[in-house]
Design a protein around this ligand. Structure first.
Ligand code: MRU
Length: 330
């Protein structure tokens, strides 16, 4: 399942515009470091691994123009890109890989360094696709023929280079001939479930239905869900996990009803510098995002919204954290 979320072809970097999906399939060309920063900030690209890969290409673009100050500007641009969104650690991880590649390549001059960094960003993209596929294979221990599962937000091909993390298990299950069914949380306020997860599950021929976020705990309580699968934006050293707002509530429902709650993420999502969930920065997006849908106001203009984009699920609520290497324990 490769939806060409990010492509570098014939010298042009382009991304699928995730704000418009699924009603419009449009690509956006990103020519500059600033365009990459804005695309991440404005959610044109989103999902922790994809944010990192796109930023990696952005770092390479820093070297595209012939400027006397290219070396100094590169470090400034790395810092700038790292500020695009605060919670997904994959962003900082990918930029660190690019910095390492730059240290080796810069001695060969700007042009050679640019080409080397583009190669490095493409390698990160290809590696992400490979790791996501591995995660999907490891997830098979939790997916049975005839099972019904629930997912929140979008941790699929659209959030990565290919396959996804949480959704990768569903694609591999289907390839293996298992029949499964997926409940898709709509995921207010950006509707990643309603718009993105449903779209890619349809492309993957995986039967599913969209539910309001507020219906999830009820379905869990009525034994309609065999397990919940989610991705992660950052996993602290003790296993506490930041993921899309609403994940924590789902984990509580699963705990109360003894339903497995599985987190799927590549090792680049782990942050050993955060001892626990309290140390993970939580992005606060504009309150106005929850008062409208697609620019149409849903309430009176003097109302105010409060909009944390992520929450923290304690490790104690998580049945298993599955990485490309298999189950992880702190
Ligand atoms: O705000 P978003 O859409 O970037 O949030 C995405 C999520 O919370 C995903 O679950 C997470 O990044 C994992 S993606 C494999």
């Amino acid at each position: 399942m490769d939806l060409k979320t990010v492509l570098y072809e014939k010298g042009i970097l382009s991304v699928l515009d995730q704000r418009r999906l699924p009603l419009e399939e449009k690509r956006v060309v990103l020519n500059t470091v600033q365009a990459v920063y804005e695309a991440i900030r404005a959610m044109i690209v989103r999902g922790a691994p994809l944010i990192g890969i796109t930023a990696a290409y952005g770092a390479a673009l820093s070297l595209k123009e012939d400027k006397k100050t290219w070396e100094k500007d590169f470090y400034r641009d790395l810092e700038y890109l790292s500020q695009a969104r605060p919670t997904a650690i994959n962003l900082k991880w990918a930029l660190q890989q690019m910095e390492k590649a730059f240290e080796t390549a810069k001695g060969h001059g700007r042009k050679a360094a640019f080409e080397e960094l583009i190669r490095e960003a493409c390698a990160l993209r290809d590696e992400d696709a490979r790791l996501c596929r591995r995660i999907g294979e490891h997830l098979q221990s939790y997916i049975r023929d005839g099972g019904s599962y629930l997912t929140h937000c979008n941790a699929g091909a659209l959030a990565t280079a290919a396959y996804g993390t949480a959704l990768s298990g569903f694609y591999v299950a289907r390839e293996q001939g298992k029949t499964i069914f997926v409940w898709v949380d709509e995921t207010r306020p950006w509707l990643q479930g309603l718009r993105l997860t449903s779209w890619e599950l349809s492309k993957g021929n995986i039967p599913h239905k969209i539910i309001a976020d507020s219906a999830a705990a009820f379905l869990v309580s009525r034994q309609k869900v065999d397990a919940v699968f989610v991705g992660a934006d950052r996993i602290a050293a003790n296993g506490d996990t930041a993921n899309k707002i609403g994940t924590y509530g789902l984990s509580l429902a699963c705990r109360a009803h003894h339903i497995p709650f599985i987190v799927a993420a590549p090792k680049s999502t782990f942050d050993p510098d955060c001892p626990d969930g309290d140390a993970i920065p939580i992005e606060k997006r504009p309150g106005g995002e929850i008062l409208q849908i697609n620019g149409t106001p849903l309430t009176l203009s003097d109302e105010e919204g409060y909009n944390p984009a992520f929450d923290i699920t304690p490790f104690a609520h998580i049945t298993a954290v599955i990485t490309e290497e298999g189950p992880w324990i702190p």
